[in-house]
Design a protein around this ligand. Structure first.
Ligand code: BDR
Ligand code: CA
Length: 313
């Protein structure tokens, strides 16, 4: 089978970094056509920098990296330095990137790629706020029918929220964008907090990364060391959730995940629950299903896959 073509849309972010590394470590299955940076965990200038640092860490400086939207569609940017540190990628000691950012805008790259490639052969993998994807859909509505699938990290049902009591960060930062994406008609698979909070980097799992003894293994262990301090305090859990790698792991081994094909709507109006993913998990409405909403994963299988792939870099 030819490798599946993907565009990773991202706001690195230590967990975004691990998701990118997992994809770049798997060229037989995944062809990364490009990485598009968006403002989210930290401002755009830093996410565009961090994405390139990760490509260089992976030994893949030829990966095209584009910068996209520097703010959400309708509101001011909310960032998450309290989780990811000042640079967004605090923890490991990585050099400033020397590979260039591509000329041109990430949104145009997404549009042009979807138009240039055969219909339904490109999968979008958003790991941050959905601003770039929504901007592309607004600018070029024809691309919706050309998308193979959108596999995204965002939202929550049982776990409700992590940035407000009702909302998960990626959706909260740009709910108007999320609404456009969830209504676009392309096949959507969602990795909500319900799944990602089960992908916990326990100390033995982190030791397995460190024990790889490679620059990648050591950097990933240091990234996790850094951001787990926040999650341990907040949730009292044994280790931090690796949210975004669930997206790339799903592309490699979908049977690690299970969920339901249901209706998911985005709350954009309420001050109290803005950015909530109103997921009809119990199918109590007759609203048409629009997303495969995951609920569970095989955490041991996920970490075996991740560790085995990181070892290849
Ligand atoms: C999401 O928010 C970001 O902080 C992480 O990178 C992840 O994409 C989790 O809510
Ligand atoms: Ca992210």
């Amino acid at each position: 089978m030819p490798a599946r073509k993907i565009i990773i849309d991202t706001d690195p972010g230590q967990d975004d970094a691990v998701a990118i590394l997992l994809a770049l470590a798997s060229p037989e299955e995944l062809e990364v056509l490009g990485i598009t940076a968006v403002a989210g965990n930290v401002p755009l200038e830093l996410t565009a920098r961090n994405a390139r640092m990760v490509c260089e860490l992976a030994g893949k400086p030829e990966t095209p990296v584009f910068a996209g939207c520097d703010r959400p569609l309708a509101h001011d940017l909310v960032t998450a330095e309290h989780v990811h540190g000042k640079t967004g990628l605090d923890g490991p000691d990585l050099p400033e990137p020397s590979m260039p950012l591509q000329d041109g805008d990430a949104v145009d790259f997404i549009i042009e790629t979807l138009r240039a490639q055969p219909e339904k052969t490109v999968t979008l993998c958003p790991l941050g706020p959905l601003t770039n994807i929504a901007a592309a859909l607004q600018r070029a509505p024809d691309i919706a029918a050309r998308i193979q699938e959108i596999v995204l990290m965002g939202g929550a049902y049982f776990e409700v929220g992590n940035i407000t009591p009702a909302a998960e960060f990626n959706i909260y930062v740009d709910p108007e964008a999320a609404e456009i994406v969830f209504k676009c008609g392309a096949p959507i698979t969602v990795m909500p907090l319900d799944v990602t909070h089960k992908a916990l980097v326990t100390s033995s799992r982190n030791e397995a990364f460190r024990a790889l003894g490679t620059p990648v293994g050591i950097a990933v262990a240091r990234m996790t060391d850094f951001f787990e301090r926040f999650d341990k305090e907040k949730y009292g859990s044994d280790g931090a959730p690796l949210h975004d790698p669930c997206v790339t792991a799903y592309l490699l081994q979908p049977d690690l995940f299970s969920g339901r094909f249901i209706n998911v709507e985005i709350e954009t109006r309420s001050d109290l629950t803005r950015g909530m993913t109103v997921a009809d998990w119990w199918r109590v409405t007759d609203r048409a299903p629009n997303a495969m909403f995951m609920g569970d994963l095989d955490a041991d299988g996920f970490f075996s896959l991740l560790t085995e792939r990181l070892a290849r870099l």
